[in-house]
Design a binder for this molecule. Structure first.
Ligand code: CIR
Length: 263
């Protein structure tokens, strides 16, 4: 058991500027890509919102060779106790792990490295007493088991869960809103994975809103999903609506653009 502050209490974050190649970012269902200018605008607003929420943000330079490298959440995990360099399962993203490692070594005394299987941070939900690792097309069982061993070195307990079939990442479908409260799609909640939690379900047709982000006293949520904004507001959260139209074209939400921790 850790004595860390709640997993939504953050003082530091790392983000990475979008590369011009972000227009070629991975997208499971094909279709139109985002515009660079549009992504840049959404990303700049995201950095500003993190700073407004009291977070000291380190901005890494763009990596043209990695179109999805703006999504720094996927190649690493960070905790107050240390960082873990992961192994992204998407072949075009594998090199992002080595690219982010120097920034982690600069910020943390302890930096561990996953050496087996694959894990992307989008499949990892840090809760108060455990770290949930969703198996997916990007996160393998071997990777999840190796990650559990590394988490125990940091004093954290890992638990393997399932990402719903056809969903990119576990956290595409959920986010932690408070110590014992999650925002979840109905399809993920139906798996029973959040037993014991208070669950706010994303309204039908607004499944894309589930990847919200609690940062200190506020919740970032996508402006594209008005019923979810209203639900969060009614439930007592201070909501910061964020534009996500462009990043959603490459299957991204609000957690994936930062690595956040309490230092
Ligand atoms: C990908 O497919 O890897 C990117 N286009 C989107 C990654 C989003 N990451 C996340 O939700 N953690």
């Amino acid at each position: 058991m850790t004595s860390s502050p709640p997993p939504f209490r953050f003082t530091r974050a790392i983000v990475r500027q979008p590369a011009k190649s972000v227009t070629e970012g991975l997208r499971a269902h094909g279709g139109e890509g985002p515009s660079f200018e549009g992504v840049r605008r959404e990303h700049a607003a995201y950095i500003a919102a993190l700073r407004d929420a009291g977070v000291d943000v380190t901005v890494l330079p763009a990596l043209e060779g990695f179109p999805d490298s703006i999504f720094v959440e996927d190649p690493a995990l960070v905790f107050s106790e240390g960082a873990i360099v992961l192994k992204p399962g998407a072949p075009t993203r594998a090199g992002e792990a080595a690219a982010i490692a120097p920034a982690l070594r600069a910020a943390f005394d302890s930096v561990l490295e996953l050496s087996e299987g694959t894990v992307e941070g989008g499949d990892v939900l840090t809760a108060v007493d455990k770290v949930m690792i969703g198996l997916s097309a990007r996160t393998s069982r071997a990777g999840a088991e190796a990650l559990i061993r590394l988490l125990s070195e940091l004093g954290r307990k890992g638990e393997i869960v399932e990402t719903p079939k056809g969903i990119l990442h576990f956290k595409s479908d959920c986010s932690l809103l408070a110590e014992e409260t999650v925002l979840s799609t109905a399809r993920l909640a139906a798996s029973g994975v959040f037993e014991g939690y208070e669950i706010l379900l994303t309204p039908e047709g607004e499944e894309g809103a589930a990847n919200a982000l609690r940062v200190n006293d506020v919740v970032f949520a996508s402006a594209s999903f008005p019923c979810t904004l209203e639900l969060l507001d009614r439930s007592g959260f201070t909501v910061i609506p964020m534009q996500t139209r462009e990043i959603a074209l490459i299957d991204a939400g609000l957690s994936c653009m930062s690595l956040r921790w309490f230092a």
